[in-house]
Structure formats: C-alpha cells, structure tokens
Design a protein around this ligand. Structure first.
Ligand SMILES: Cc1ncc(C[n+]2csc(CCOP(=O)(O)OP(=O)(O)O)c2C)c(N)n1
Ligand SMILES: [Mg+2]
Length: 740
C-alpha cells in the first residue's frame, strides 16, 4: 500500500489503547483501511453528482467492493508488484497511491488525466509509476495480459541480461524492471468468468505455476444477469476447484479483516513461487451497474435491502466502534477530513484544462522510433557463396527460400536480443525437451518449420509451445511486451486468428494511445496466410488483411519474396510498434524470390514499396502472392502487346507507400490494384479510392481492381483456380485497362 494519510492523532489514539491486532492488522491500519474505503465511496458519490450536473460524462462505481480492495492493498506493493485492476477497484487503486484528484481528472476528461489524457472513461486505471497497467472496457481481456505480465517476471528472473538498455532499437525506449518475488494482481467480476479468455488465463497460470493472484469480485450480477446464469451452480469457486497448482480462497469480501487474512495467504503463496492463487470474494453492488443502469428494473427491494445490510462501509464503521478503535466523534472527524479534501480535489479537477484536438493522433504509434525512417534502411551483405563455391570447384550454393530466411532472421535476432521470446502452437522443436537432449527426436519447429531448431538453440524458456488458444497467444504476448520483452509469436493459420480478435482490435494496438503513451506493447505476430495451395480449402487459405489495416496502431506487413521477408521481419522485431507479419504459405518455398541470407543487420523500412518492374503504360499495385502472378502477366503483355506495366509491390500495407503509387500513376495515368482477398471491401478498395480522389487529374481510365471472387476458397482445385485471381485474370485486367 501507499503511504498513510490518516491524521496521526487518530492513529496514536488507536494504537495507544492496546496492541491488539486483527489477523495481523493494527488498529491504525484499520483506521487507514476505513479512510480509503470511505474515500473511495465518496469519490463515487461525488462523481455521481457531477454526472447529474453534466460536468462529467460517465460514471461507474466501486461501491460495495471497497473492503476486498483495501485488503489487497495491504498485501501488495505499488511499483513492485503488478496490477491489472478492473473498474470496481477504486479502493485498491487509491490505496496503491492514486489520488481522488487524479481520478476526477479522468472523469472530467482532462489533458492531465494521468491514466489516459482524457481518452478513456473514468475508472479505467493506468498509473505507470505504480505498475498499474492501462485497463480497458472489454470484460476479461486484462486477464490474459496479466498472465503474460507474470510470465515476463518469471522469465526476467532467470535472464538477467534481458533488462539491459540498448541503443538503436525499441530497447532504447523500453525500461525493464522486475523484482524476484513480484506478484501480478488481476481482478474481474463474476460475470466475466464466463469469458473464454478467463479460462485460457486460468489454464496457463495453472500449467506454468505463475505468481498471479486472480480476485473474482462476485456481486452476483453482471449488469442485470444473475450469477446462476453465468456460472453452473452459481459458484465459481466450486467450478474452478479442480485446477492444479492453485491456492484457493472463498471469502466475504465485504469484511476487510477476513479478506485481508485470505489475501495475505494467497499473495504469500504466489510470492513464495508455489503457483497462482484464486480469491473469490463475495461482495455487493449497492448502486446500479453504472449510471446508465437502473437495477430496480430487475432486482426487488427485498434483495437490495439484504445487500445493504452487508454494506462494507457501515460494517466497517460498526466494527471500529465495537472494537473501541474509533468512536463516533472521531469517525465524523475522519469523514469530514475526507470531505474537505474531496472538495478541493473536485474544485481543482473542474478547472483542469481539456486536451486539444490537435493532440488526437499523438501516440497511435511510437513517438520515439519511426520504422519508415532511414534507421531501418540497411544494405544486404551477401556472403560470397557463389564465388567461393566456384573457386573451390564445388556445386554453387543455391539461394534460400523465404521459409529459410525467416528462420535465419529469427535466429540472428534471438542471438542479439535476449528479450525475444517465441511461442505459439507447435513452434517448439519438442515440448518434452528430454527427447531432444537424448537425440531421440529431431524436433518439429512449426507446422511450416519456420521456427525449426530455435528451441534447441535458445532453450525452452525462450521458445515454447502454447495451448491451442489464440486469444491466449496474443493476450499473453501483450502482457509480456508491456513489461519490455519482445514476443515474436505465431498464429498457425490466418484462418484461426479470430479468437484473438478482441486482443487484436481492442487491446494490443490501443494500449499506447489509450494510456497517452504511459504504456506500450511492441511485439510481432507472425501469421501464415493465403491460398493457391491446391487443397487448402476454406480454413487454410483465407486472406483478410484489410480487417487489420483498418486498425489504427497496428503495423501490417506482407512480403512477397525471401529477401524482403528477412529485411522486414528484422524491422518488425526492432521497431517500437506492434506488427502483424503476414507470411504467404505459398511463397514459403516458392522458387520465385529466393535469396542468399542478407546478413544479420539487413533491414527494409516500412512504408517503402518496391518497383518490381518499371513501365510507362499502366501501374499495377499489389503485394504478397499476387506479385509473381502479376509479374508473369505483365511480362506476357509486354511480349505480346508491347504494353509496359509498372509493377509495384507494396511490401507493407500499414503504412503504405503513397508517394511511389502517386508518382507512378502520374506517369502512366492508369492504375490497377490487384489482391488475393475477395474483391469487395478489400485492401485494394482503399487504394483505389485514394487514387480516384487524389490523382483524378492524372487518370485516363477508371481505377480497376482484380481480386478473388466474393466467396470462400474451395477445396477442389478447379474451383480454387476460378475463385482466386490468376495470372490470366491479371493479364486480362491489365490489357483491358491499357486499351481503355
Ligand atoms: C466483452 C464485453 N462484453 C460486454 C461488455 C458490457 N459489460 C460491461 S460490464 C458488464 C458486466 C460485467 O459483470 P461482472 O463481470 O460481474 O462485473 P461487475 O460489473 O458486476 O462488477 C458487461 C456485460 C463489455 N464491457 N465487454
Ligand atoms: Mg458482477
């Protein structure tokens, strides 16, 4: 907990009387507890008033949850342990050191709101200096990130060099701190235990015996839905009791003393490295869910009165009086003090300056490191393999595939940066590492073998398999990256990325912006994407990159050849933003675009397209597996018709290279956008719209698109060929446009 604020006279009065303690809490600490509980309730009340006066725009209370909050606050240490508190944790957050004034700054949407700079609703905590990690509104996303945070602490304990600052890449801007016996706290409501992410988090915490304490604050309702609808049998403790390695507590969370005792046992268990803990605290919700809800519509008076009898504030008052810790007069005095401080805080918050619209786009991406800059533009250094082989009279060394160069790049980056961790489904050589050590097996290393040999080279703490849980992969990686590690995780098939969508849309790319740059999570998600596989069918062939280029804060990369893949992957790893790295399965081992390894420093900056072939009659803008198909079509067109196509490979989709597109279209006056995804609403729609908008005076023909049919990819090769854009389709599209 943070430093005490209670009037020292009151403390002395209490402790003078006798040294009796309550589960180890002194009488002064209990006064302290009451002060934080009462302050928390009064901030809620003041916010409610301000909302009614239309001086703030939203309110969600911590009322009824104060006792478990202060109990946790006594057991955990700000700026030492790590916190993923949910919106009802006001009392805990106050106790960790946030002030009512700071909370009110968020309520009014002030520029100086330390949690979000006016970007998030009230009670969306983020206090960098206290290790309270930026929180959001989706129920449950915090839990997997908390697991990742706990994993980061464990990793850092045994990788002492990983926290070193290094200039020239993201590490320059990412402080890494950890404590050997730190604990991660995460809280959630009873309803949130229904989210799949909760179960994924429990799973990994249990399997990996992580030092994380889950606190379920069970107020029996999720807005209007009662607990028996969410949880079989209505009691989450019973349901989770079979998880191995956990310490379990089920408590009356309206009683700070017994809550403290339980929290202490739970936190001690985690701190000792025995595994995770699960604290199920029964609490009440005396106010409606939020100010947008009226609980009288679904809860009868009799139920609300039953809750009121357990209100932690009045219970605590009565307890203090009964135990002779405070009398009524001193309680009044304490409350008056809180009221006075609150008034000052409210007055100040109402005068606070608002953020100005010119700041809106700040911190979507790293303000420190620009992946489009020349810092990320280096020359390839090819080994003199061909010459050396020829000189020795050996067979020439063949250029490598995209798969081989991605593997080599990962290997060199892992050597260079101990913060890099690789995990995902099947990415390890063998989870039962004994088999590897005894050389009983060769090892798998990914279903496409992209990570082959990395576990053997760097150990099972740095390269490991995850459960089949895509939200878990991205959510855990996000938590690790928040701590300063650099996870390079794999989603096995693009077709199976969707369970991670909440993390990918509402969390990972938003963390920097929503916390006003107080937190960030730069990491890399490698994804095998695309069709042209002959038999890949619906669930192994999808594209869908435009879903992700529509997300501010997420870089999207889609290389078409081995050399670019190596250079772009290195940029993705070293940069300070989250990157979705799309690897086309068909290109992994294609003859097209093979290359020798360009060396351990080769980087391609983001946002720089490549002109694959220059031409004067027509611009074709494309990327990924369409590049070789478009090239084939363009060459045929020149051969047969003398039409010269300028072929642009975008290489990165966000950011994309508008200058190269604009210069080319200004020269050729005709533009065709080609992509493998289905035509409507695809990535090319945006490019085509921009060309039509910005380059209209240069155009001699309409902007055309060639893409897949608006349907899924079918298994039968005849159908697949018809569905996906082929060289012939591209040829026809180019010819028609050139002749328009
Ligand atoms: C993923 C998601 N779905 C729905 C919501 C809307 N919502 C906000 S809070 C809430 C109920 C949460 O209930 P519970 O977990 O019991 O927490 P409580 O508010 O009762 O403390 C819902 C449905 C949301 N924020 N996120
Ligand atoms: Mg609830």
């Amino acid at each position: 907990m943070a430093t005490t604020k209670t009037d020292p006279k009151l403390n002395a009065l209490a402790d003078d009387k006798q040294s009796k303690t309550y589960e180890g809490l002194t009488r002064s600490q209990l006064i302290e507890a009451y002060r934080f509980m009462y302050t928390s309730r009064r901030v809620d009340d003041r916010e409610i008033l301000l909302k009614r006066q239309q001086k703030i725009y939203f309110q969600i209370s911590g009322a009824g949850h104060e006792a478990i909050g202060v109990a946790a606050g006594f057991c955990l240490k700000p700026a030492y342990d790590w916190f993923y508190p949910y919106y009802r944790d006001r009392a805990l957050v106050l106790m960790l050191g946030a002030t009512p004034y700071e909370m009110l700054l968020q309520a009014v949407g002030a520029a100086d709101d330390p949690s979000s700079g006016g970007r998030q609703m009230p009670s969306h905590w983020a206090y960098n200096k206290l290790n309270i990690v930026t929180q959001s509104s989706p129920t449950g996303t915090q839990i997997l990130q908390a697991v990742g945070c706990a994993e980061a602490g464990v990793y850092l304990r045994s990788h002492g060099n990983a926290n070193q600052k290094t200039n020239g890449d993201y590490r320059q801007f990412k402080d890494v701190t950890f404590k050997g016996d730190e604990v991660t706290y995460v809280s959630l409501g009873d309803g949130t235990t229904s989210e799949g992410e909760f179960w994924e988090a429990m799973n990994t915490a249990s399997c990996r015996k992580l030092p994380i304490v889950f606190v379920v604050q069970d107020n029996e309702y999720a807005i209007s839905v009662p607990v028996e609808v969410q949880t079989p049998g209505g009691n989450i403790s019973r349901v989770v009791s079979g998880f191995p390695n956990f310490h379990f507590e089920e408590i009356d969370g309206t009683d700070p003393v017994s809550s403290y005792a339980a929290m202490k046992r739970a936190v001690d268990y985690c701190r000792a490295g025995k595994g995770p803990a699960f604290v199920h605290a029964h609490v009440i919700r005396p106010y409606s869910h939020s100010l947008s809800d009226d609980e009288r519509l679904y809860r009868p008076d009799v139920e609300r009165q039953r809750d009121a009898a357990r209100d932690p504030i009045t219970r605590m008052q009565m307890f203090l009086i009964r135990e002779g810790i405070l009398d009524e007069k001193s309680i009044n005095q304490l409350e008056k003090q809180v009221e006075d401080e609150m008034q000052v805080a409210v007055d100040r918050a109402l005068e606070a300056a608002f953020p100005t619209p010119d700041t809106i786009t700040k911190y979507i991406y790293s303000p420190d490191l620009d992946p489009t800059s020349s810092l990320f533009e280096t020359q390839p250094v090819f080994p003199q393999v061909a010459e050396a082989a020829a000189a020795e009279g050996k067979k020439p060394v063949l250029p490598k595939t995209m798969a081989e160069l991605i593997n080599a790049t990962l290997r060199d980056e892992m050597k260079r940066d101990e913060r890099i961790l690789i995990f995902g489904e099947d990415v390890a050589d063998a989870s039962r590492e004994d088999y590897l050590k005894k050389k009983l097996v060769k090892g798998k290393g990914g279903v496409f073998k992209l990570t082959a040999g990395l576990q053997a080279a760097f150990g099972s703490e740095r390269v490991f398999n995850s459960p089949i849980a895509e939200a878990g992969i991205v959510g855990r990686a996000t938590g690790m990256a928040t701590r300063g590690l650099k996870p390079v995780v794999e989603i096995q098939f693009f077709d199976y990325i969707w369970p991670a969508m909440m993390q990918l849309r509402d969390e990972l790319p938003v963390i920097r912006w929503r916390s006003n740059n107080a937190f960030s999570s730069p990491l890399v998600i490698r994804v095998a994407i695309g069709g042209y596989l002959t038999g890949g069918a619906l669930y192994h062939s999808q594209c869908g990159e435009s879903v992700f280029t529509h997300i501010p804060g997420l870089r999207v990369v889609f290389p078409s050849n081995a050399l670019d893949a190596a250079g772009l992957l290195r940029t993705a790893i070293r940069c300070d933003d989250p990157v979705l790295f799309l690897e086309h399965k068909r290109l992994y081992r294609e003859t097209y675009g093979r290359s020798h390894y360009p060396g351990p420093e080769y980087m391609v900056p983001f946002g720089k397209a490549k002109i694959v072939q220059s031409g004067t009659d027509l611009t074709v803008i494309t990327y990924g597996a369409v590049v070789p198909r478009a090239l084939q079509a363009a060459q045929k067109l020149e051969r047969e018709e003398g039409i010269k196509v300028e072929l642009i490979d975008l290489r990165t989709l966000n950011p994309f290279d508008w200058e190269t597109i604009a210069a080319s279209v200004a020269k050729t006056n005709r533009a065709l956008v080609a992509y493998e995804d289905s035509l409507s609403w695809g990535y090319g729609a945006e490019i085509a719209a921009r060309i039509a908008d910005k380059l209209f005076p240069h155009l001699d023909a309409p902007v055309r698109r060639v893409a897949a049919m608006d349907v899924y990819v079918a298994y039968q090769p005849i159908l697949e060929d018809a569905i996906l854009p082929q060289a012939n389709d591209l040829y026809r599209g180019m010819k028609e446009l050139a002749e328009y």
